[in-house]
Design a protein. Structure first.
Length: 210
């Protein structure tokens, strides 16, 4: 598994998660390497902080000095994906067919949902922070966690998804090497690219990029 994530504020920071279960944190002026047992997915929160989801179902929050700030048992099996709320101290995490919404400051569960299919990726809706997307093996589901409503939209062949930090655009990658650009308001297709490099396993967007 490969994960690439850019820092929302410092666009030079890059988090790599490789099949060796390790995380590398790089910048123009800072380059270090930590070996994290059991790490499955990780994201930046705040300036320089990290949140990591593990194979044992735990979520850990680290400061920029790698001090463990919070730790809690989120799922009974491996965490497949997580995302960070843009303004609130919330994390959405997924494991198998379930997703959960957490407050990482007090480690409290806010809400939980079940899907009919295994979840590949979860993302907070960039145009409506009160909802999140769950990309499953059979398409896309939108969860409104205030009203607990769920809508099903079919987007087949999705491997990975990324939200653009400046524009209402979702980028999805597929096994066939296609990258699709979707309007996150209407979920209409805005563009399609293929660079013929094989399966798309990771996507990242730089802040202020076009």
């Amino acid at each position: 598994m490969v994960l690439v994530h850019l820092h929302a504020v410092q666009s030079t920071y890059l988090l790599n998660l490789l099949s060796t279960n390790s995380a590398g944190f790089e910048s123009e002026s800072f380059d270090s390497f930590w070996s994290w047992q059991q790490v499955r997915t990780a994201k930046f929160i705040r300036e320089g902080w990290l949140v990591a989801g593990c194979l044992n179902g735990y979520i850990h929050v680290y400061s920029d000095t790698m001090e463990k700030v919070a730790s809690f048992h989120a799922h009974d099996s491996a965490i497949s994906s997580l995302d960070v709320h843009p303004t609130e101290p919330y994390i959405v995490s997924s494991s198998d067919k379930g997703l959960k919404l957490w407050n990482w400051e007090n480690c409290q569960l806010i809400d939980s949902f079940e899907t009919q299919h295994n979840i590949i990726e979860v993302k907070f809706n960039p145009t409506n922070a009160d909802s999140c997307f769950a990309f499953t093996s059979c398409g896309l589901q939108i969860f409104e966690y205030e009203s607990e409503e769920c809508d099903q939209i079919l987007l087949h062949g999705v491997n990975i998804v990324c939200s653009h930090p400046n524009f209402p655009i979702l980028l999805t990658g597929s096994e066939k090497g296609n990258i699709h650009l979707w309007n996150s308001h209407t979920l209409r297709l805005e563009g399609k690219y293929n660079f013929y490099l094989g399966e798309v396993t990771a996507i990242a967007c730089m802040k202020d990029s076009k």
